[in-house]
Design a binder for this molecule. Sequence first.
Ligand SMILES: [Zn+2]
Length: 325
Amino acid sequence: MKCLGCYKKIEKNEYCLSCRKKLFDGKRVSTLLEFDKPKAENMTMYNEHSKRMSISGVQLKYSLKLNGNKLELCETNGQYIIKPIPTADHFEMMEDAPENEHLTMQIASQIFNIKTAHNALICFKDGTPAYITRRFDVKGDGTKYIQEDFAQITNRTKETHGESYKYEGSYLEIGELIKKYVPASMIASENFFKVILFNYILSNGDAHLKNFSLVRNDFGEMELSPSYDLMSTIIHTPGERDTALDLFEKDHESEYYATYGHYGRTEFIEFAKRLGIVEVRYMRVINEFVENESSVYDFIQNSSLSNNSKGSFITSFKSRVKRFS
Ligand SMILES: [Zn+2]
């Protein structure tokens, strides 16, 4: 069988040692939770024992903490976030949402060396899967790192900028703020570029302002936080825009865009240049995606997505990579 964290083959139905270390500081935590998934009958229990942290579209998130080696719902001092299968009629293949996020996060970290929040699949008492992730802003002693997302940093709120405040601005605007606030900005800019390209090639059309954050490290310096909320959203919302934000202002005026109606190599090269990344570095990043195409297919095939979702994951990935080769 497979580890529900990293897909590695293992003997027993549990998280492998490496995932246990990353997620639970080595504790033997079961892949099965002791409580049921949220449903009408136990909604009161969920509402009483867990504060709804935020709703990004339809994905509800709940807070968990580790008590001994058991995960429990909690209101305060959460160490983990759990996302059950969302109940939303107008989206497609929602039962695959937890594995979609887990798979996309694992492809990011294992194939493309993108620093991500630690994550895995976990099952409710009845066996229904959910996505679980460890909060990177919580330290071992329970205190928190200072973290701000780019809606906060750019002072955009529902009150000041309306309902779609998270979808305002451009990725270049984020990039410029990274240069301003992060002392090691060369590395951060390159990592940021890689994540924007990853989102595009993996069809994550919902990478909005709140999905990027700066976090103050142990040395008191700001750095780009590990990536989170990565998923191939096109599986659930096939008609969506390619990107949640534009790369930069007037990016639609390039000849390639005018001809094909979508971004390609040209726009991403221009984006990288504006981030201040030198050619040899951005070309290495772009080529990494083309060169690792077959590893991505292996991960998708080896995942626990339904065959339908595997199909659309592969089809959309293939067509995006083609825009770069
Ligand atoms: Zn593992």
